[in-house]
Write a new protein. Structure first.
Length: 276
């Protein structure tokens, strides 16, 4: 039976923290892909039973999640924006950053494939072709890890990230909603594989471009520096970070999705060398 996580409204979280109320709550700021793929619904009840903490989830783009951690409005962060994460660690906003898991990104599009991307393995060349042909493309547009990857691909292609217009559309939503929008508009978009597979039965979009090393999608768990935000639940945040890299949790991550899709949606990586 699917366990429904209790999603919290950001304003409620911040208000409670501002009052300095001591609770067993752990505020997790995380990317929408971990929510939309269902991974958190699988893992959080286990953590709560083991520790007695209650997890309050703020599911936003990775950029926003990292900003919440930087400000001390989250006790722990799970994100997939390596460049931004490293910069914040180097600046002292986070005291610990640990590798958790990975999967990959896909460029997906309508079955008719008017841009003729199907079978390509060069993501940069694929985006360049979309721009040359002005084919409809839906961007997350929310500074998430997915959006940051997309912006990087445009730069490598030698193209300024397009301004929203006739063919380039900014969703401003999470991954699931962005896929639905691209489907409705018969457009292309970039998605992490886990969310795409989870939502696939609701879509007509199919994978077009995959296998490029630049599409590698890696997740880290980060603990904010308590010196920047003394109101944080430091112990709870560390407990969750430790849980995500624990051996038993890594086994659960590796098994997630196998019963439904015949493959894991996330590959566990804790303890492996981290070049990200």
């Amino acid at each position: 039976m699917r366990v429904h996580t209790r999603w919290w409204v950001l304003g409620s979280c911040v208000a409670a923290l501002s009052l300095g109320r001591q609770t067993p709550d752990v505020i997790l700021a995380t990317t929408t892909s971990t929510r939309d793929a269902g991974l958190l619904d699988s893992l959080l009840p286990v953590f709560e039973r083991q520790t007695g903490y209650r997890v309050k989830v703020i599911a936003v783009g990775s950029g926003q999640a990292l900003e919440l951690g930087r400000r001390g409005d989250a006790d722990v962060v799970l994100s997939h924006a390596p460049d931004a994460e490293r910069a914040l660690v180097d600046s002292g906003y986070f005291v610990n950053r640990r590798l958790v898991m990975h999967n990959d990104f896909l460029i997906v599009g309508p079955a008719g494939d008017p841009a003729k991307l199907s079978g390509m393995t060069d993501a940069v060349a694929a985006l360049r072709r979309l721009a040359d042909q002005a084919q409809p493309f839906v961007s997350r547009g929310d500074q998430s890890g997915t959006h940051k990857l997309e912006q990087k691909l445009w730069r490598v292609a030698g193209i300024q990230p397009p301004n929203p217009g006739a063919w380039y559309i900014e969703a401003g939503h999470g991954m699931g909603e962005t896929l639905l929008m691209a489907d409705e508009k018969r457009a292309y978009t970039i998605s992490d594989r886990a969310t795409y597979l989870t939502w696939r039965n609701r879509l007509h979009l199919i994978p077009m471009v995959e296998g490029d090393t630049v599409l590698y999608n890696v997740y880290h768990v980060l603990e904010p520096n308590p010196r920047n935000a003394p109101r944080m639940n430091v112990a709870g945040g560390k407990a969750f970070a430790d849980f995500m890299v624990a051996r038993r949790t890594q086994v659960l991550i590796g098994a997630f999705g196998t019963a439904r899709f015949g493959r894991s949606l996330f590959i566990p990586d804790a303890g492996k060398p981290d070049r990200w």
